[in-house]
Design a protein around this ligand. Structure first.
Ligand code: SF4
Length: 379
């Protein structure tokens, strides 16, 4: 078995060739170009890489789920628009995914085995969920094997691993005190292959797509920080790109969820926001076609993409002055009407992304237009 059975649902015709969806595909390429921080001129390179992957050899991807809630799978399958997920799914060969695949039991195990043998050394392995190690890992077994055994068995076949979500990246909720299953992160197990972490509860699906697209375009994983997170998505704190930042700098804070400040969009720091300690792209890129994100909707950031967030950042609705690594507490109370230099950048971040995405999509649409004109001339 090659690609997952569920993909056959998409086989009404290739997204890259369906005229109506061709434009959406090119717009997707434009958005990915912006997300990855590439110049507008790179759009054609992104288009060529995705088309080349479809027409020549789609890299094989295996998606493993261990101690998790399947939230990253849910997030990925609900990415912006169905056609966006299709674009990536047509560019890779998703050969194994327990939650999505139609096959079960021996047939599913066989699919994984065949994908391993056919793609030795070239596999991208996406892992969702933490890995239990207590009692030799018996707290998570699939097909009679522990998660620990499965990961170690697959390691020699992999080109690289992508830990999607906080559980796989850092241990997440299963690892929270008292960690009854001895849960660890993927990076604690894998010794011989690169691991890239995409923390978040769940990770932004566009970021996962960005990693896959980066691999398709450049043949390698994107640049990462010391915690193995891609810099294009985790290079800035949420606090630095949050639209409520001007209120923070002006000393304007909501003190209750239904008070005047909350209604006016004031800063949520005093309601427990962990944005100053959290690195992620939520504020700038947002979710669901950039429609919104938790802080915009009125809920403080809970720092879900940080290490040990459950132990370090609870209770979520209280300020935690003992949280290390950031000296914001004093300033939040004393800053008054002072304006710091980051304000303008914070306000501009999402607007800048939006403008760049619009420009890239327009350029991609122009490409689509010139293609259809060329086609009509040829015919
Ligand atoms: S503390 Fe939270 S709500 Fe306030 S500016 Fe920072 S990220 Fe935004």
């Amino acid at each position: 078995m090659g690609t997952l059975d569920f993909l056959s649902a998409y086989e009404k015709g290739s997204l890259l060739n369906r005229t109506a969806d061709r434009r959406e595909f090119l717009r997707f390429c434009g958005r990915m170009t912006v997300l990855l921080g590439l110049s507008q001129s790179a759009i054609s390179r992104v288009v060529a890489a995705l088309e080349g992957a479809v027409q020549q050899h789609r890299p094989s991807v295996i998606w493993l789920e261990f101690q998790d809630c399947a939230g990253n799978t849910e997030s990925f399958t609900r990415a912006n628009a169905p056609s966006v997920a299709e674009a990536v799914l047509e560019s890779i060969s998703l050969d194994y995914h327990e939650t999505l695949m139609a096959a079960a039991g021996d047939r599913a195990e066989q699919a994984r085995h065949e994908a391993l043998e056919a793609n030795r050394g070239n596999l991208i392995v996406v892992v969702e969920g933490s890995i239990p190690t207590k009692e030799e890992g018996v707290y998570c077994t699939i097909g009679g094997k522990t998660a620990l055994q499965i990961v170690k068995e697959i390691e020699p076949y992999a080109m690289a691993f992508v830990a999607v979500g906080t559980c796989a990246s850092f241990g997440g909720l299963p690892q929270a005190n008292p960690n009854p299953t001895g849960a660890v992160a993927l990076e604690d197990i894998i010794q011989t292959r690169p691991v890239i972490n995409l923390p978040g509860c769940p990770a932004n699906p566009d970021v996962l797509m960005g990693v896959l697209v980066h691999y398709l375009v450049f043949g390698r994983l994107p640049e990462v920080d010391a915690q193995k997170r891609p810099l294009f998505a985790y290079g800035k704190r949420i606090h630095d790109t949050c639209e409520r930042r001007p209120h923070y700098d002006a000393g304007q804070f909501a003190l209750a969820f239904d008070d005047y400040g909350a209604r006016e969009g004031y800063c949520l720091y005093k309601l427990g926001c962990k944005g100053p300690q959290t690195y992620n792209i939520c504020a700038a890129w947002r979710w669901n076609s950039s429609a919104s994100w938790p802080v915009k909707a009125g809920h403080p950031c809970i720092g879900c993409s940080e290490r040990q967030f459950w132990d370090r950042f609870t209770p979520f609705y209280e300020r935690l002055p003992e949280v290390g690594g950031f000296g914001v507490e004093e300033r939040a109370d004393t800053v008054g009407g002072a304006v710091v230099g980051l304000t303008a950048a914070a306000v501009a971040a999402h607007a800048a992304y939006t403008a760049m995405v619009k420009k890239a999509e327009k350029k991609a649409e122009e490409t689509a237009l010139s293609e259809s004109e060329e086609d009509s001339v040829e015919s």
